[in-house]
Design a protein around this ligand. Structure first.
Ligand SMILES: [Zn+2]
Length: 426
């Protein structure tokens, strides 16, 4: 007897062989996937009819700043350096543990409704984001942020390191931890080395922005006389599992270095395009064997947390830049949002595909919309046609967080609070 049975769908497992079951089902027991395939005769306490829709692994957003929903649309139509100046000024005035909790709750709810079951978040007061993800019920990878200057939380470096040590020692409500040095240009070599040492001490992976934009490349050159990959390599960052956000400006040798070090990448096509940051060499990086995943970046540079848009833009930007329409086909793009995302954050043993024993992170896509048929290839439909409004049901670790296109929890208090904060920001 399973807890839940999701029946009558086309199951795309996204396992190593991309096995699918055109008339399949997925069963859930104790938060894990307990059976996949033709489950005729199986019984469960709860049965969800997928009504001929697609049953897919929950999407994994490997780079965002969810609480920045509060600043959505505040600093549009300018490049990264000018964007950051505006946003950092607003953060200094309005960011507290409470406002992060509120903004991240809105962000996590937005992601859940869009079929996301796990996200990687880099932001101040990360324990507030852990609380927000737990409130909404989706999974989270996060951790302490490191920058060289005092920052909006007013912490001098030694205090920041001590607080990070204390914070990572605490229990984290099922969240996974990474150390999060913001970037090479907001750190220095010695401080990057400190974070690398901390990663070694605690066996924690690292998440960092790098090689994002022309302005960053110039800044890093001014500070170090080097490019970001060399800075990270020499500081010992790349000796640890490292998830790099952006990785847009890489030469061939740097792609080889990242592949050899086992670094992984969160590609953020919407943010890169909007801020005129450039186009990541996704095809070349995939060919080199770098595990690629997809992120939305923060909703003030994105401007939303929409993984469907991210998939489509990743595809179109790569196709347009390479002149090769076959270089990253739809299934490869969809893999970046699912099994590739899990691999990029080191959770491929428990997430990213619909296999028995893995976390029951499952999204059901409604295929009844007028734009959704005919469908000759499910991956094509998912990447080139589908959107958030097609997400019908979402389960995260076996708990239903979206039912019939609605959140299962009430976030009206959060929305009231966001309106209140927005009046102050304006
Ligand atoms: Zn970012």
């Amino acid at each position: 007897m399973h807890d839940t049975l999701i029946t009558n769908g086309h199951v795309l497992t996204m396992d190593a062989d991309f096995i699918d079951f055109p008339n399949g089902a997925v069963a859930i027991k104790d938060g894990k996937i307990s059976a996949v395939g033709d489950l005729t005769g199986h019984e469960a306490a709860q049965v969800i009819d997928a009504k001929g829709g697609l049953i897919i692994p929950g999407l994994i957003n490997t780079h965002c700043h969810a609480a920045m929903t509060l600043f959505r649309g505040l600093a549009d139509d300018r490049p990264l350096d000018q964007f950051l100046q505006t946003v950092w000024a607003a953060e200094a005035k309005h960011i507290t543990p409470d406002t992060v909790h509120i903004g991240a709750t809105l962000g996590a709810a937005e992601m859940a409704l869009g079929g996301v079951t796990h996200f990687v978040d880099m932001y101040w007061h990360f324990e507030s984001t852990i609380a927000a993800a737990a409130d909404i019920g989706i999974g989270l990878t996060t951790g302490p942020v490191f920058i060289a200057f005092d920052g909006l939380d007013g912490q001098p470096w030694d205090t920041r390191v001590a607080n990070a040590e204390a914070a990572i020692a605490k229990p984290h409500n099922a969240a996974h931890l990474m150390l999060m040095p913001h970037s090479c240009y907001t750190m220095d070599a010695e401080k990057l080395r400190t974070v690398a040492d901390m990663a070694a001490t605690h066996s924690l992976p690292i998440h960092i922005h790098a090689a994002e934009a022309p302005s960053e490349m110039a800044q890093v050159h001014d500070i170090y006389g080097k490019r970001p990959v060399a800075v990270m390599e020499e500081a010992g960052i790349l000796a640890h599992p490292t998830l790099i956000a952006h990785a847009v400006h890489l030469d061939d040798a740097e792609i080889t270095t990242l592949a050899q070090r086992g670094a992984t990448v969160a590609h953020n096509p919407l943010s890169n395009a909007k801020l005129a940051s450039g186009t990541m060499r996704a095809h070349d990086m995939a060919q080199a064997g770098i595990p690629l995943s997809l992120g939305t970046d923060g909703p003030s540079s994105g401007n939303d947390l929409d993984m469907w848009q991210a998939m489509r833009h990743a595809s179109f930007m790569n196709t347009n830049a390479t002149g090769n329409a076959a270089s990253l086909p739809a299934r490869a793009i969809f893999a970046m949002a699912t099994c590739g995302g899990a691999r990029a954050i080191g959770l491929h043993d428990s997430k990213g595909s619909l296999e028995v024993g893995k976390d029951a992170d499952i999204t059901v896509v409604d295929m009844s919309g007028l734009h959704m048929f005919p469908s000759f290839d499910p991956y094509s439909t998912l990447v080139y046609t589908a959107g958030r409004s097609d997400v019908a049901h979402v389960f995260a670790r076996g708990v239903q967080v979206v039912a019939d296109k609605h959140l299962t929890m009430d976030i009206s208090d959060t929305i009231t609070e966001v309106h209140r904060i927005t009046r102050h920001i304006r």
